[in-house]
Design a protein around this ligand. Structure first.
Ligand code: HEC
Length: 192
């Protein structure tokens, strides 16, 4: 599917060839043989890859405690594009083109046979990051410090509501700066 869309853009005009190249490259890792869905367009706009639940690898999950009472108010489930785990084990880095998707769920909390249990309820939306070692989209406020960054409300996985990664995202990721802005310690599969 992606190959078709890249060709489509290429045929649209030679003036965008540079951008098409960047688009092709940045999607090379995530498409992993041309079988996974598009994440970045030629202008650097991100979208939630439509097939991440079946084509991606699960890195791990986070439970955010309720402010009062037992249980969690949110569950976060983090996925990475195919090949990420093996590549990370080689040198401790996320390779160029790596896509990370974090689902944010509201929860329901119930007494179950295991205890008081919170489980995934309504999906609030997704955080998406795309690794970029080449600085492909200079001047785009959603790209910088080696990543593309965006949030998507559940209602619109195609269009971000983020406007500036430095204020919308990065300030909160400062504690993870030493690990390329990613909270890697939460993912046993990377740290085995
Ligand atoms: C309120 C602080 C905060 C903001 C704002 C924030 N993040 Fe995060 N993010 C975190 C924390 C803390 C984690 C890991 C723990 C968790 O999910 O609760 C995380 C995890 C992630 C993950 C999973 C990979 C990892 O780093 O562990 C992605 C992807 C992500 N954030 C992307 C973004 C993007 C993109 C934005 C901006 C659109 C953003 N975040 C804004 C605090 C934040």
């Amino acid at each position: 599917m992606r190959i078709v869309s890249v060709l489509g853009v290429a045929l649209a005009g030679l003036s965008v060839i540079g951008a098409v190249t960047a688009y092709g490259q940045i999607n090379a890792r995530s498409q992993y043989g041309g079988t996974t869905a598009a994440v970045v367009d030629d202008k650097g706009n991100l979208r939630v890859p439509s097939d991440y639940r079946t084509a991606y690898q699960v890195l791990g999950s986070w439970a955010v405690a309720k402010d009062d009472g037992p249980g969690s108010k949110e569950l976060h489930v983090v996925y990475a594009s195919p090949g990420t785990i093996a590549a990370y084990h080689k040198d401790g880095h996320f390779p160029d083109g790596t896509v990370l998707v974090k689902e944010v769920f509201k929860t329901t909390t119930n007494d179950m046979t295991t205890g008081t249990v919170s489980s995934a309820g309504t999906l609030a939306g997704w955080f998406v990051m795309v690794k970029d070692n080449a600085g492909r989209f200079p001047g785009n406020k959603l790209w910088g410090d080696g990543w593309g960054w965006s949030w998507f409300d559940a209602a619109n996985p195609q269009k971000t509501t983020s406007t500036d990664y430095t204020t919308d995202c990065q300030s909160c990721h400062v504690p993870a700066r030493q690990s390329d802005w990613i909270y890697t310690r939460g993912y046993p599969v990377l740290n085995r």
